[in-house]
Design a protein around this ligand. Structure first.
Ligand SMILES: Nc1ncnc2c1ncn2[C@@H]1O[C@H](COP(=O)(O)OP(=O)(O)OP(=O)(O)O)[C@@H](O)[C@H]1O
Length: 253
């Protein structure tokens, strides 16, 4: 079939949104209350690699807790994989989080008396009670992060970089829609940190949607999209610098 020129030049449709914030804000109660996140709009699409960078106290943890469905916004709507999650009951939010978001933290949070394989396989209890499936998926995930030869190793015998790889394998084991990383290199020396960031880049190249929250501009520079957070306000940053903010809202990124 001959394709009309206008069809050939038509741009590909945008990938689906994994996560959408529409006017999401967060105010912690107290006297006085603390507005940690001003109303913000943000869309994260399948295959994105996005970093949120900001100094201490700027609102990074507040945003991470919202993006990871660990907390609810004070106002606005938050949609994850097409589901409006702000009003979901806690049990449904926990299920969504366990199955569809992989978390990577600065402190690796591995169980010291379990092998690498067991640490990863345990996370798959969210999706199956079949032990053989859990072992297979955990083996695949550890191979994916280059640790197929250390399945039986205890985390206590692994280096910091290897521990973080196990944590990344654990985050991947349920094939999540989103990998959400909170200061993933915070406990690593700069050389090891670079290898972990290389791994996150490779995973993104392979199609994994990645968000990294960090105070480290070098880590942030790895991403295709960079969001800055300052005093609870988001702004978008790309190679050309800070983009002007949306006129109607200060937090459109
Ligand atoms: N539970 C809470 N109650 C009241 N205020 C809070 C609460 N949690 C955070 N805050 C305040 O909200 C603001 C943003 O805090 P947040 O922890 O999100 O920042 P952060 O960028 O993650 O900081 P850091 O890098 O130091 O961890 C800060 O002023 C903080 O004091």
């Amino acid at each position: 079939m001959i394709t009309a020129p206008e069809e050939r030049t038509r741009t590909a449709p945008e990938p689906p949104a994994v996560l959408r914030l529409d006017g999401c804000s967060k105010t912690y109660p107290g006297s006085p209350p603390v507005q940690a996140l001003h109303p913000a709009d943000l869309t994260v699409r399948a295959g994105d690699y996005l970093t949120v960078v900001g100094p201490s106290g700027s609102g990074k943890s507040t945003l991470l807790n919202l993006l990871g469905l660990l907390d609810r916004p004070t106002s606005g709507t938050l949609t994850f994989a097409g589901v409006d999650v702000a009003g979901l009951p806690e049990r449904a939010r926990t299920a969504l989080r366990g199955r569809r978001i992989g978390f990577v933290f600065q402190e690796f949070h591995l169980l010291p008396y379990r092998s690498a394989l067991e640490n990863v396989a345990l996370a798959r209890l969210y999706v199956t009670d079949r032990a053989a499936d859990r072992v297979r998926a955990a083996t695949d995930a550890l191979e994916r992060v280059g640790l197929g030869h250390r399945l039986d190793a205890s985390p206590t015998t692994l280096s910091g970089g290897e521990r973080q790889r196990v944590a990344i394998a654990r985050a991947l084991v349920n094939e999540p829609d989103l990998l959400l990383c909170d200061e993933p290199t915070g406990n690593l020396d700069s050389v090891t940190a670079a290898t972990v960031m290389d791994l996150l880049g490779d995973l993104n190249e392979a199609g994994v949607t990645v968000i990294v929250i960090t105070h480290d501009p070098a880590v942030a520079a790895r991403a295709h999209r960079r969001i800055t957070i300052l005093d609870g306000r988001l702004s978008a940053r790309d190679a050309s610098g800070v983009r002007p903010l949306g006129a109607e809202r200060t937090g459109t990124a």
